[in-house]
Design a protein around this ligand. Structure first.
Ligand code: FAI
Length: 521
């Protein structure tokens, strides 16, 4: 028997969306409905006959709803495997009627935590009877169909008309149901470990002894970093937020590398308070700039390295205007990610077949980031630019004259922008835009050479410089000063700082120490 006809349903839902239509449809198809407290109330108010679970169990719902469905009359009805004669016989002997369908959704535990509710209130929102029914019905999918989302009610009504769900369909429903209770339990366990009942180490270090996350496949990608690698995008089961939850407005499907670069682009652009644009290739910026408006910022970012900007991924931290759109349309661009697009900007950009447009309102919001290592995962707090030392007012002038206002503004920009460049990072900037970026080299002197080469002699001589970590020797700094860079900001802290400072003095430049470093690997 592949299909199990639906004659009797148990309904107990917190989210009452679509409940009345479901109940009416089930009733019209001759299905008997058993239900809990306020769910039963809503069904009855819709004019549909319903048996209260209390009548079935002969026991009142009690303890503020902590006990409603936790009763053998409910669970034997959900768990009897009707392929087995002795289960059927036992039901008869015990006067228990089986259920063919369970429709259940759970108390909103995660939303309650997110709302900032007090611990007692959060604890009260841990659903016990709901997951117990869901798990029972899912285990017994051979005999029972289980539904945990109002989105499936249409399918339920179709199945009722068609003689019930097939075994394959019931298996899929059971898989969804177990994912649902698994995510629910992970949310509860994570809250206990990270907030409500921290162990001693967590209390001291802030890192909980258990960390859970559950992910839902949202898209299978064409391939991974290379065509022979398989790839998919999963989003947080809590809510599809951030880049993974972005709305694609135009263009071909996002690729794995598009996502990686878009993430890097947002990291680079969304930190600035003023309009900012970052152009990324292979997870590194080939141009970052701020401007009076997004078009001005884009012009400067693109001018940094137009050769590399071809085929780039762009992020902008403010709505895309028509003016910016016209400029972007002139350069082959893989992805443009923005919090919003003006209607006329969309009009211009959607004429380009190949550009992908992503609307992604908020900046990267994660407080922590993790990276897989073989057999485990590394966690760290996200490197923010609001650390002490990122504010020029806290910098220490080590040598040379204090920078004038415009130079200090450029140094502050260079320092902020540097955070998004893979180490070793040397970044040259002028007038709120990068002029040369040296990234990802295994020694700092090569990064300095690369930054100068990218800028060219004229631009390098007009630029300020930033280094994401200290210069271990004077040579990297000297590459910059020999190119004419007159002001440099770096963390300081090397054992060779005296030599580095001496080189800066010899060159007659301004040198600031921040005391903070921004490695990015
Ligand atoms: N304790 C129980 O026996 C119990 N049985 C069902 N529930 C939950 O109660 C809610 C429905 O209750 P009501 O129909 O009163 O709105 C559902 O979210 C269901 O998951 C229960 N509540 C919490 O554990």
């Amino acid at each position: 028997m592949s299909r199990v006809a639906i004659k009797r349903a148990l309904i107990s839902v917190y989210d009452k969306t679509g409940l009345e239509e479901l109940a009416r449809g089930l009733h019209a198809a001759g299905v008997e409905i058993v239900s809990t407290g306020s769910t039963a109330g809503r069904i009855a108010a819709a004019g549909v006959p319903v048996m209260k679970v209390e009548k079935l169990t002969g026991f009142p719902e009690c303890l503020d709803g902590r006990v409603k469905t936790l009763h053998p009359k409910v669970h034997a009805g959900l768990l009897a495997d009707r392929r087995k004669d002795d289960h059927v016989q036992q039901l008869e002997d015990l006067h228990v009627e089986p259920f063919d369908l369970a429709v259940v959704n759970l108390y909103p535990f995660a939303d309650t935590v997110d709302s900032g509710a007090k611990p007692d209130e959060c604890v009260e929102q841990i659903d016990i009877g709901g997951p117990t029914m869901v798990r029972a019905a899912a285990k017994n999918h051979a005999s029972v169909a289980v539904v945990v989302s109002p989105a499936a009610y249409g399918a339920v009504l179709e199945a009722v008309q068609g003689g019930g769900f097939t075994l394959e369909e019931r298996r899929r429903l059971a898989a969804e149901a177990f994912s649902h209770t698994a995510s629910y339990d992970v949310a509860v366990a994570s809250w206990f470990a990270s907030s409500y009942a921290k162990d001693a180490d967590a209390a001291e270090t802030g890192w909980p002894d258990f960390l859970g996350a559950t992910w839902q496949r949202s898209n299978v990608l064409r391939y991974g970093e290379n065509p022979h690698q398989r790839a998919a995008l999963y989003t947080d089961t809590g809510a599809a937020k951030g880049l993974a939850g972005a709305r694609q407005l135009h263009g071909k499907e996002m690729s794995y590398n598009n996502y990686v670069d878009a993430e890097a682009a947002r990291r680079a652009a969304y930190d600035f308070a003023e309009p900012a644009v970052a152009i990324i290739k292979h997870a590194n910026p080939c141009g970052i700039a701020v401007g009076a408006d997004v078009a001005a910022a884009h012009r400067k970012a693109n001018a940094c390295d137009p050769v590399s900007a071809y085929g780039g991924v762009i992020a902008v931290n403010a709505p895309v205007t028509a003016k910016m759109a016209e400029q972007v349309a002139e350069v082959f661009t893989e992805v443009l990610v923005a919090p919003a697009f003006d209607a006329d900007a969309l009009e211009i950009l959607t004429r380009k077949k190949n550009i992908r447009l992503l609307e992604c309102p908020q900046g990267p919001a994660n407080a922590t980031e993790f990276r897989r290592v073989d057999g485990g995962v590394l966690l760290q707090t996200v490197d923010r630019v609001d650390a002490d030392g990122d504010d020029p007012a806290t910098w220490e002038l080590i040598t040379g004259e204090a920078a004038d206002e415009a130079t200090l503004r450029d140094l502050a920009f260079a320092w902020k922008a540097c955070r998004s460049v893979k180490s070793n990072a040397i970044l040259l900037a002028h007038d709120g835009g990068t002029t040369g970026v040296g990234m990802g080299q295994v020694n700092r002197v090569d990064s300095a050479r690369l930054a100068v080469a990218r800028a060219g002699a004229e631009r390098a001589a007009a630029s300020v410089g930033a280094s994401d970590a200290f210069f271990p020797f004077p040579d990297g700094l000297q590459v910059l000063t020999e190119a004419g860079v007159r002001a440099i900001v770096e963390p300081g802290g090397s054992v060779n700082d005296p030599d580095v400072i001496e080189a800066a003095k010899q060159a007659g430049i301004t040198l600031y120490f921040t005391g903070v470093r921004h490695f990015f690997h």
